[in-house]
Ligand binder design. Structure first.
Ligand SMILES: *Cc1c(COP(=O)(O)O)cnc(C)c1O
Length: 227
């Protein structure tokens, strides 16, 4: 199927909302995709796009027409300056040092940067993010920081066939989201779900998903890229 057909297929499937009937925002994960491919997705109805490398985010910035711009990857502190004022949502606030740098540069630019708190819900050594135990306190610190506005939480579930385990982890993310939302009207996003697990995530309360492969097909990385 073409990119446009995939986009229409998924937007149609998501129109019913999540298990709570909440509207689901589809973010197209556009790493390795060309501006032409991304523009095709936007023309077909994609409203939000996410890059996970600063260089790709900036390189495509002016070539992509429209779309709310998300940053969804690990963000090095020394690259924050390239993103300030260009993002609609930074989904990967994963440590206090990054919060400090985002806040400082946002205040200096006279803007407020919208962020999600990233949670390493599977306690995986290979993933970044606050532990579930630390996430609420991290949210409260970021919320109290001038220059930042926390809009919710982001997580990547571990790779596993154990649906009970994954469902339990997703439920813990939803509980964290609800706890913050109960006291904070800015909280509106629970970003959880990729091509392999989005249905499970919507069944457990995610209201934002990030799809790459499902929309664009399998990624091909240049041979030199072995990360
Ligand atoms: C690449 C990526 C996705 C999308 O992954 P797919 O499995 O291709 O759907 C989602 N979230 C993040 C943070 C990513 O880097």
């Amino acid at each position: 199927m073409s990119i446009s057909e995939n986009v229409r297929y998924y937007l149609d499937k998501l129109a019913a909302g999540n298990c709570f009937g909440e509207k689901v925002t589809l973010v197209a994960a556009t790493k390795t995709r060309t501006p032409q491919e991304i523009n095709e997705a936007i023309a077909a109805g994609i409203s939000d796009i996410g890059e996970n490398k600063v260089q790709e985010f900036c390189g495509k910035y002016d070539l992509v027409q429209g779309g709310r711009r998300h940053f969804i990857g690990h963000l090095q502190t020394n690259k924050v300056r390239y993103l300030i004022g260009k993002t609609d949502l930074i989904q990967s606030l994963d440590r206090d040092e990054l919060a400090g740098e985002l806040a400082k540069r946002s205040v200096r630019a006279g803007i407020v940067t919208d962020v999600l708190i990233e949670v390493n819900i599977g306690s995986e050594l290979t993933k970044s993010g606050y532990s579930l135990a630390d996430a609420f306190a991290a949210y409260e610190r970021a919320r109290a920081t001038q220059g930042l506005r926390v809009r919710g939480f982001m997580a990547m579930l571990p790779l596993s066939d154990d649906r009970a385990l994954l469902g339990g982890l997703a439920d813990e993310m939803r509980a964290l989201y609800e706890r913050a939302k109960a006291q904070d009207e800015n909280i509106c996003h629970l970003s959880m779900g990729m091509s392999g697990d989005w249905e499970l995530c919507l069944a457990h309360g995610a209201n934002m998903i990030r799809l790459g492969t499902a929309l664009f097909g399998a990624r091909e990385y240049p041979a030199a890229h072995n990360a």
